[in-house]
Design a protein around this ligand. Structure first.
Ligand code: FNR
Length: 185
């Protein structure tokens, strides 16, 4: 059984990106499972806090959940043509302490998807993740690409995907990524 952890980089209740992961959860191929996590509860990184108290419980739990997964799927919003600070902050916390990076991220199959109301579907945010994923020693999957643009017309008011064509694209993406993640395990 191949297990994928989907991590949304949005804290918004009706987030398009969390909705994208919820839709992916329903499109997983046979023999695979997926759990959706968010970055809720992760405070701003502060080295003094880390030195005094160690990692916050939400960070420890998410690191362990990623370490148990065969693959990590990041659903990234795009802010000002880059990675939203809240999402990068969560990954920065999870890269601590540095000697634990290998357990959590090392050689881990990772893919990036994203949705935005604009016309480029998080293209620049997805590209901005590449240097972070390289630094963490992950094994990125590049064969599929999922840029969901004009998202306002594809999701309902509660952030549920309502567009059949996008659902099919997600299914195809998940089939490819899950196969890649399963092969590495
Ligand atoms: C945005 N948004 C945005 N969208 C985009 O495609 N490119 C961009 O550069 C930006 N920049 C940006 C900056 C800031 C500060 C905000 C708050 C928003 C719009 C963004 O895509 C939109 O708010 C999405 O709804 C965010 O994703 P979630 O929360 O729906 O998952």
């Amino acid at each position: 059984m191949t297990h994928i952890l989907g991590l949304s980089g949005s804290l918004r209740q009706n987030s398009f990106n969390t909705g994208l992961l919820r839709a992916a959860e329903k499109q997983m191929p046979e023999g695979t499972t997926m759990e959706v996590h968010t970055i809720a509860g992760i405070p701003l990184y502060n080295a003094d806090e880390e030195a005094a108290h160690g990692l916050p419980p939400a960070v420890v739990a998410l690191k362990d959940a990623i370490a148990r997964a065969d693959g990590l799927l990041l659903a990234t919003p795009e802010y000002n043509n880059g990675i939203p600070g809240v999402f990068k902050n969560a990954i920065d916390w999870m890269s601590r302490p540095a000697d634990d990076i290998g357990r959590v991220f090392g050689n881990r199959p990772v893919a990036v998807i994203g949705a935005s109301p604009g016309g480029f579907g998080t293209l620049l945010a997805q590209d901005a993740w590449l240097s972070v994923l390289r630094t963490l020693g992950t094994r990125p999957w590049f064969e599929g690409r999922l840029l969901v643009s004009r998202a306002s017309g594809l999701f309902d008011a509660e952030g549920r995907l309502s567009d059949e064509a996008t659902r099919e694209r997600i299914g195809k993406f998940m089939t490819g990524f899950a196969a890649f993640a399963g092969l590495q395990g």
